[in-house]
Design a protein around this ligand. Sequence first.
Ligand code: HEM
Ligand code: HEM
Length: 197
Amino acid sequence: MTWRNTPARWGAVSQSLHWLVVAVILFQGASALWMVGLPNSPSKISLYALHKSLGLSLLALAALRLGWRLHAGAPAALPGPRWQHAAATASHVLLYALLLAVPLSGWLFNSAAGFPLQWFGLVNLPALAAPDPDLRALARNAHEWLFWLLVLVALVHAAAALWHHLFLGDATLARMLPRGWVRSGSDAPPPEDPRHA
Ligand code: HEM
Ligand code: HEM
């Protein structure tokens, strides 16, 4: 597998970043929903610190991914109606925006609450805003609701990928996975469909 994206497939960098972000987001979301309900204790404080450090790592990964995407481009679009291409592009843009907005709203909430912020105890990060109770409440709600919006869009996105794989039989999912992991569609660049050219 090549590192770079080709016209036919996502390369190793894009694939690794995609699936790493999916795995860490799953852990991050599930552990956060559990952590907020815990009674106050030293382990709750440690979980909050881990949540913030992992969240900042996700922010860096999202920025890295976006940078790589802008630098390396994407494989050629597979044949399909225009509305599907438009829906896929819109949902990918929204996913990137949410991958940045969810951790940034958490960072803003942490700043407005006046809490210190460290990345795995190694680096001190600056506050994004001065302590402010109104901003704290706003950012807290934004953090939670943006997270649920991310869950919703990601579920629709994953369902669309599976639908392409199982019912349309094209290479949408196969080319986001290492060669040979799933058998479907073709890894070759698609011929132009004259109906949608
Ligand atoms: C993509 C990364 C992140 C995800 C998916 C995420 C997700 C969540 C979720 C689901 C909750 C629970 C909300 C609730 O039901 O009450 C939460 C709470 C929280 N998050 Fe994040 N978060 C992320 C990044 C961050 C970052 C970077 C920070 C701070 C720098 C942060 C700070 C917090 C804090 C302090 C809470 C607890 C709020 C409370 O106790 O009221 N999060 N997060
Ligand atoms: C937290 C969950 C997820 C997020 C945030 C996410 C995010 C993204 C983003 C932003 C892209 C666009 C890539 C680009 O243009 O640079 C993408 C592509 C893709 N994702 Fe996901 N994804 C998630 C989960 C999933 C799951 C569970 C699947 C499979 C079941 C999946 C399958 C795909 C496929 C096949 C592509 C390539 C689409 C194409 O070639 O047009 N994703 N994903």
